[in-house]
Design a protein around this ligand. Structure first.
Ligand code: HEC
Ligand code: HEC
Ligand code: HEC
Ligand code: HEC
Ligand code: HEC
Ligand code: HEC
Ligand code: HEC
Length: 357
């Protein structure tokens, strides 16, 4: 099946409400504590169908998919050289229980019943090149998906029982646990980020669009944080050292690694001077996650396209983001993630002045 058909099928399956990831590691005791406060996005759908419809088509909803129920979520070719089963010989394609991502790259989870662990297979699929790349091939069977990734890729993960309520970024990842609200139908029983002060509102997104360590020093996600709280009480982000290139940042402060949008963004004048939040440009329930298309995201506030010629002196006009959000950070292939510092004259693949020669 071609990729577009697969994705469209997935959209339909998700928007018709069929997709739920397996609730627990089949080898763990049972999701006793879970579900007490988290309910899953399906329940929200009954009363908020509009938000649910858009969200279900966004990358957030499709982040983690139950590969047993929806094998079409697997976009890779397990027969190509470099495939993970060359190293993980005890497993095969039929053992994949979860797919993670697919826009930039796709990783796979299998269940190891002996260790009662979720293993991340030792190769990842690079979508842009259609090929395999080794992924922690030397220590893949020492790592556990639950310990490493679930706070950023799942909703309602409970480490004590090694189980989660929902695969992907569900409603409750941004609105907090919803059981009390479902019972009361009272808006005060969960969080609407719109009503938070800007610092707390961007932290709702930053809980995942960030890189650093949980204050316990062990996890790299912010597990334990609930929307509305102060993120920095739970999490210590890596910080750029302006003037010096580090492992995660360029010398001008922009990110070299992916999922660091928060660290980029808090350096921008959109934030430091205007206290604009992520939702000034991103619509959380739209399939594209954007408030508008193309330059309109910017020209709702900035002068339109015609002025670009004036301010850059260039006759061939490209999108605002080509120059102002150049691709500099890396997820799957070199520089495939845009900068969010909005600093002027950033280096990178973007054209640099003088323009129009
Ligand atoms: C049984 C129906 C019902 C269900 C299920 C439900 N809600 Fe609501 N929700 C409501 C009603 C009614 C309101 C408006 C309450 C008010 O205005 O005081 C509301 C308000 C909200 C608001 C606040 C809107 C605002 O204007 O501030 C959010 C956010 C929200 N719901 C999210 C959710 C999420 C997330 C879920 C799933 C966990 C969910 N709801 C499940 C009925 C429901
Ligand atoms: C990625 C984070 C995120 C996810 C996931 C998310 N929301 Fe929201 N939601 C927000 C934000 C942010 C706002 C406030 C929007 C604004 O500032 O106008 C909001 C607002 C709302 C509102 C108030 C009315 C509105 O549309 O502004 C409702 C109701 C709501 N969300 C329901 C849901 C439901 C139901 C789901 C799941 C199907 C969901 N949300 C998933 C972030 C999220
Ligand atoms: C619980 C973790 C989590 C939260 C909370 C979260 N995100 Fe995300 N976000 C992710 C992950 C994981 C992806 C990758 C999804 C994919 O692969 O398509 C992502 C992807 C995105 C993308 C790119 C999607 C695409 O398909 O191109 C945007 C834009 C985005 N998030 C914005 C936001 C904003 C704005 C908020 C807050 C309102 C937010 N996110 C909250 C985890 C999160
Ligand atoms: C601090 C939060 C965080 C942690 C921890 C984290 N991720 Fe992510 N990851 C994200 C966000 C946010 C994105 C999407 C935005 C980006 O890449 O800039 C993402 C992107 C991805 C993608 C690419 C998605 C796509 O559609 O191409 C994969 C695959 C992935 N993560 C797997 C993992 C795995 C496996 C782990 C654990 C070993 C992990 N991540 C740990 C936040 C996190
Ligand atoms: C909600 C309104 C709004 C939106 C949407 C918006 N901006 Fe801005 N932007 C501003 C304001 C206001 C400033 C001035 C900041 C200041 O006080 O210095 C600004 C400043 C800037 C600057 C100058 C930064 C500097 O360091 O001098 C750039 C570049 C920029 N914006 C690009 C963009 C791009 C590109 C987009 C679209 C992706 C965008 N903006 C969307 C309001 C907005
Ligand atoms: C070809 C690259 C390029 C494109 C395309 C471009 N810009 Fe710029 N822009 C620049 C450069 C370079 C500067 C800094 C000029 C300087 O240093 O004085 C700048 C400056 C700015 C500034 C801050 C200075 C000012 O004029 O207030 C804003 C805001 C801005 N651009 C917005 C936009 C928007 C909105 C778009 C899309 C409609 C856009 N730019 C398209 C290269 C570009
Ligand atoms: C001024 C507008 C603006 C603000 C504010 C903003 N973004 Fe973005 N963001 C964009 C645009 C434009 C894109 C590129 C969309 C595209 O490629 O079509 C983008 C892309 C992304 C992506 C996808 C990664 C990529 O490189 O394609 C993620 C994830 C993301 N934003 C998260 C965030 C988060 C989290 C915040 C808040 C901390 C935020 N953004 C604030 C405009 C903004």
């Amino acid at each position: 099946m071609n990729k577009l058909v697969v994705l469209t099928t997935l959209f339909l399956l998700i928007s018709s409400g069929c997709i739920t990831a397996p609730k627990q590691d089949p080898g763990s005791p049972g999701p006793a504590q879970i579900g007490a406060s988290y309910s899953g996005s399906e329940l929200c759908r009954f009363c908020h169908p509009t938000q649910h419809r858009g969200w279900a088509q966004s990358g957030h909803a499709r982040m983690v998919v139950d590969a047993k129920r929806f094998p079409e979520a697997v976009i890779s070719d397990f027969s190509l050289p470099g495939n993970p089963f060359e190293v993980a010989t005890e497993f095969g394609p039929d053992d994949v229980i979860l797919t993670i991502g697919g826009k930039w790259k796709q990783r796979y989870v299998v269940h190891d019943p002996e260790a009662r662990a979720w293993r991340l297979l030792p190769a990842e699929w690079i979508t842009a090149t259609g090929s395999w790349r080794p992924y922690n091939a030397d220590k893949w069977n020492e790592r556990d998906y639950g310990d490493l990734c679930t706070g950023c890729h799942n909703t309602g993960y409970e480490p004590k029982v090694h189980a989660f309520v929902e695969g992907g970024i569900g409603c409750e990842a941004c609105h907090g646990p919803g059981a009390a609200h479902i019972a009361s139908r009272n808006a005060a029983d969960l969080v609407n980020p719109k009503n938070l002060e800007p610092e707390r509102a961007i932290e709702v997104c930053a809980q995942c669009h960030i890189r650093g360590k949980n204050v316990d020093g062990k996890r790299e996600d912010a597990l334990g944080y609930v929307p509305g709280e102060k993120l920095l009480d739970h999490y210590k982000p890596l910080e750029p050292n302006i003037g010096q290139e580090t492992d995660a940042f360029f010398a001008d402060g922009a990110s070299k690694k992916h999922h660091q949008q928060y660290q980029d963004y808090i350096q921008s004048t959109h934030w430091t001077k205007q206290r604009m939040t992520c939702t000034s440009c991103h619509a959380p329930h739209a399939p594209t996650l954007l408030v508008a298309q193309g330059n309109e995201v910017c020209t709702s506030c900035h002068k339109p396209q015609a002025d670009v010629q004036e301010h850059t002196g260039q006759s061939v006009v490209t999108d605002c983001i080509t120059c102002h959000m150049p691709k500099r950070a890396t997820s799957a292939t070199e520089m495939d993630i845009r900068s969010h510092t909005f600093k002027l004259n950033q280096p990178g693949p973007a054209p640099k002045p003088p323009y129009g020669e």
